[in-house]
Design a protein around this ligand. Structure first.
Ligand SMILES: [Zn+2]
Length: 335
């Protein structure tokens, strides 16, 4: 390594007296364990390009986004290695979660902790503000107060449990959800609070299908009902892909599953979405459907048939079906 290992977190810069330790790595990289950002490595070249000389070359929002992402990844991922290309890609879509997503994150955090410990969660505004994606501690505390005012979260009255962060007992520091908060928590878990996107389940690597989805279906869905249509490749990050997929399906407004290749993954994802009560629309290439149908559990479901080079009818049918499923008004463009 050409330069000595820095002794503070290059991402959050150890703001608010967060502690950070270094660790040795097996490669040309620096290892950090930061109380707020979690455990991660930065390759030497990424370090030189983005973090060297004690002053981060990233803006405060970019650094905060990075802290938030690392901190949310750490529950799922074994090792996070920040390379130059990783960070370049990261910075393209680098936004903090909106206030309503931060609110959902805090409700989820409190609900999970109460279920895990049975006794509520001692809010640590330094760490928890990073976890939920707030820009800083004051913004986090504003949101916390707002959620209290809305009757979704509440400080729990109990003096018998010591706050592990502070000597003695701090009354009102331990939080849980109200009944209304629990209803919101449950709705989130079941995916009833849907995002503004659809998820497409399909076989990857088939040139005809890939082209049909990227050149026809995704633009048509965006243009006609203003929903992005994402597949796993759009959100792929290193790590446990199943968890990311479940999360994306849970938060989607609908799922489209292409069954042309009888892909097991696409069937599984459609079934998972059906189980959550999401609208699921099936696609299948017409010749395949005419010859061999799809699995008997799905061949009676709404299936939009498509043919290469003849997309107009299938696109219109898909849009009309989506509009019906999502209770959207019909437009003059759709059937
Ligand atoms: Zn940090």
């Amino acid at each position: 390594m050409s330069s000595p290992q820095p002794n503070f977190c290059p991402i959050c810069l150890c703001a608010n007296n967060v502690t950070c330790k270094n660790f040795r790595t097996q490669r040309d990289s620096y290892g950090f364990y930061c109380q707020a950002c979690g455990s991660f490595e930065i390759t030497e070249s990424a370090y030189v390009s983005f973090f060297e000389n004690g002053t981060s070359k990233l803006t405060p929002v970019q650094r905060r986004c990075l802290s938030h992402s690392l901190c949310t990844y750490r529950d799922t991922y074994e090792a996070i290695i920040i390379t130059t290309s990783w960070i370049e890609k990261f910075l393209i879509n680098c936004y903090l979660p909106t206030a309503s997503i931060q609110a959902s994150n805090l409700i989820r955090l409190l609900g999970d902790k109460v279920r895990e410990t049975g006794v509520g969660h001692f809010i640590d505004d330094v760490i928890d503000s990073v976890r939920i994606g707030a820009f800083n501690v004051p913004m986090f505390n504003n949101l916390r107060l707002e959620l209290e005012k809305y009757g979704l979260i509440q400080p729990l009255e109990c003096d018998t449990i010591p706050n592990p962060r502070s000597p003695g007992f701090i009354k009102g520091d331990r939080y849980g959800l109200t009944l209304k908060g629990w209803e919101r928590y449950e709705a989130e878990r079941q995916g009833l609070v849907a995002g503004k996107y659809g998820f497409i389940a399909m076989k990857f690597g088939d040139a005809t299908l890939d082209k049909f989805i990227s050149d026809i279906i995704k633009p048509v869905v965006k243009e006609s009902i203003n929903y992005d249509l994402i597949d796993l490749r759009d959100v792929a990050r290193a790590g446990i892909i199943d968890n990311i997929m479940r999360e994306k399906i849970r938060d989607s407004a609908f799922v489209i599953a292409d069954l042309t290749h009888d892909n097991y993954g696409a069937y599984w994802e459609a079934g998972y979405a059906e189980g959550l009560g999401k609208p699921v629309i099936y696609l299948c290439e017409k010749t395949k459907f005419d010859n061999a149908k799809t699995h008997f559990d799905t061949n009676h479901c709404t299936t939009v048939l498509w043919s290469e080079g003849d997309h107009e009818l299938s696109s219109a049918e898909l849009v009309a079906t989506l509009r019906r499923s999502l209770n959207l008004f019909p437009s003059s463009k759709s059937i």
